[in-house]
Design a protein around this ligand. Structure first.
Ligand code: SF4
Length: 283
């Protein structure tokens, strides 16, 4: 999986941002994460190698904008060019996560139509209020591939009104870091039941650093948060993906940290994927 980070920095937006990974990481280097800047690799998808071909080879999945929010207002001047590059690289499958889906139409290209087939969007809903605000709008948009991201999961969330065949997968996870907020097993189990009833795939990605099960709170080191979630067996396949186009071919199921729960990838691929999903915490 390739990575493309066109801009860096963000402004806190909702409850899920309280312990934002970008802020925590920048603080370590005494950097100001609220200073939004265009990255030097902004044009990475269309950069050419000496042989005239693209440096970023396709087909591949491209995890996009992982230290910011793609629809951040400060990035409005750059987004049209980012869309143009995605359109040009139809052989790459771009995937990004956003909390600002309500700003979807800001700078949307005129030829977007029903959505570029090589763009997948995940909308983060860390609590019920975020789900109720963002998901009805998200579902009304012309987007070819949709995911719902409940991470960091801050409370039980009722997704049932939004689990339509247009949703390819739900991803659930806890919060990492020293000051991580608690995630409860029962919340993930409840989402599992909702997904099963709706035929939508669920990926329980990671437990977070503080995880409660059967009334006991566990402190889980980062290196075990993914494996503990996997061992829980809560991930499940659904049938919603069958309703969607498949531009990514064999790469579709593992796009940017998503996967087919009944087909774990080989260890090497899993390591690369884990690196990518780590980045997902940014938004
Ligand atoms: S990157 Fe995401 S989590 Fe961090 S402040 Fe921006 S919107 Fe919030």
């Amino acid at each position: 999986m390739a990575e493309w980070n066109p801009w860096h920095g963000c402004h806190k937006y909702s409850a899920g941002c309280a312990n934002c990974y970008v802020y925590r990481r920048d603080a370590k280097y005494e950097l100001d994460a609220s200073a939004v800047r265009k990255n030097a690799a902004f044009d990475l998808p269309v950069r050419r190698a000496r042989d005239g071909g693209y440096k970023l080879k396709g087909p591949d999945d491209v995890f996009t904008c992982f230290t910011s929010d793609f629809f951040l207002d400060a990035a409005d001047p750059w987004r049209p060019e980012a869309w143009r590059m995605m359109r040009e690289r139809a052989d790459l499958n771009f995937f990004f996560i956003t909390k600002r889906i309500l700003r979807f139409r800001e700078g949307l290209p005129e030829d977007w139509g029903e959505g570029y087939p090589n763009v997948s969007i995940g909308v983060t809903c860390e609590n019920q209020a975020a789900a109720d605000e963002r998901l009805p709008f998200f579902l009304s948009l012309p987007v070819r591939r949709r995911l719902i991201i409940v991470e960091p999961m801050l409370e039980a969330v009722d997704l049932r009104p939004y689990l339509t065949p247009a949703v390819e997968q739900v991803v659930v996870g806890g919060e990492s870091g020293e000051t991580a907020r608690l995630m409860r097993y029962e919340w993930a189990l409840d989402i599992r039941r909702q997904c099963e009833a709706s035929g939508v795939s669920l990926y329980f990605k990671q437990t977070g650093a503080r995880f409660e099960k059967d009334g006991k709170v566990y402190r889980i080191p980062r290196r075990l948060q993914f494996s503990q979630a996997r061992k829980s067996g809560l991930s499940c396949t659904g049938n919603a993906a069958a309703h969607l186009p498949s531009p990514g071919g064999k790469n579709r199921a593992r796009r940017a940290g998503t996967r087919a729960p009944d087909r774990p990838p080989p260890e090497r691929r899993r390591k690369r994927k884990r690196h990518a999903v780590e980045r997902q915490r940014a938004c």
